[in-house]
Design a protein around this ligand. Structure first.
Ligand code: ZN
Length: 92
């Protein structure tokens, strides 16, 4: 029996390899916008992250998100990502 390969991607937060389906894609579009890509099909430079606040915080703190996207993450973008992931933006 042939085993089907599950595509794995690394989370920018915890840096664990996880099935692509369990991760959320964050993409920097050709228009230099940083957005959540729920379809996973937007063009641009993308990174993957677990849908967990800890991972988003880790990714920001370590600057891995900025580095991987090669784009600065402004407060506004950060808030949009948090809202998109369903987090309270007032929470620090
Ligand atoms: Zn993670």
């Amino acid at each position: 029996m042939k085993q089907r390969k599950v595509p794995l991607r690394m989370c920018v937060g915890c840096q664990e390899m996880k099935p692509k389906k369990e991760l959320i894609r964050i993409v920097r579009t050709p228009e230099s916008e940083v957005i959540l890509d729920s379809s996973g099909k937007k063009s641009g430079r993308g990174v993957y992250i677990c849908p967990q606040k800890e991972c988003l915080q880790k990714a920001i703190k370590s600057n891995r998100l900025e580095k991987n996207l090669q784009h600065p993450i402004s407060e506004e973008v950060m808030n949009r990502l948090k809202i998109g992931l369903g987090y309270d933006t007032n929470e620090k």
